[in-house]
Every structure is written in structure tokens, then in C-alpha cells.
Design a protein around this ligand. Structure first.
Ligand SMILES: [Zn+2]
Length: 89
């Protein structure tokens, strides 16, 4: 492998990130790389020497598509109910 690209893993969300373009932070003598500043802040906000819990992706918009879709469905239901009330049904 003679590529200069080094891909590593975001320790917060587990996404693959390119070290040359990733958000990074040095901590405990180690350099961590992140997909976004959001994930970087998450690690920084954790107590020194610990690793924040890995949880489902809430850092990158497209990871939460399912949740957004669910919310949209709920809004549509409420709007339908409201429209019926207004129409006097
Ligand atoms: Zn991330």
C-alpha cells in the first residue's frame, strides 16, 4: 500500500475518517480523529482517561434519517387530526 491516505476510525461514532482531513485531538499521548467537530467535542467533554460510550450515530445528519422519518410521520398524523377538528368532523 503506497497511498498517503490513512483511514482511521472515529472513536465516538465508529465512522471511517481520513486522517488528513479529519478533525483531530491529541489526548493521553494519542491522536484521535473524528468525522465532525461534534464528535470531537464529545470526546473532549468526557473525563480524561475515559472513552465516551459509543452510541448510535447522532452526529451526522444522514445517520438519523430513520428518526427524522418517524417524526415526520407523527407530524402528518397530528396535522390530519387538526385538519379534521377544524373542519368540524
Ligand atoms: Zn462521528
Amino acid at each position: 500500500m503506497s497511498t498517503s491516505k490513512t483511514v482511521t476510525k472515529d472513536p465516538i461514532c465508529g465512522m471511517s475518517v481520513d486522517e488528513s482531513s479529519a478533525h483531530s485531538v491529541k489526548r493521553d499521548g494519542q491522536t484521535f480523529y473524528f468525522c465532525s467537530d461534534h464528535c470531537r467535542q464529545k470526546l473532549l467533554s468526557a473525563p480524561a482517561g475515559t472513552k465516551p460510550e459509543e452510541k448510535s450515530h447522532d452526529c451526522c445528519g444522514y445517520h438519523t434519517k430513520g428518526v427524522a422519518q418517524e417524526a415526520e410521520d407523527t407530524i402528518v398524523k397530528i396535522m390530519t387530526k387538526a385538519a379534521r377538528l377544524i373542519a368540524g368532523l
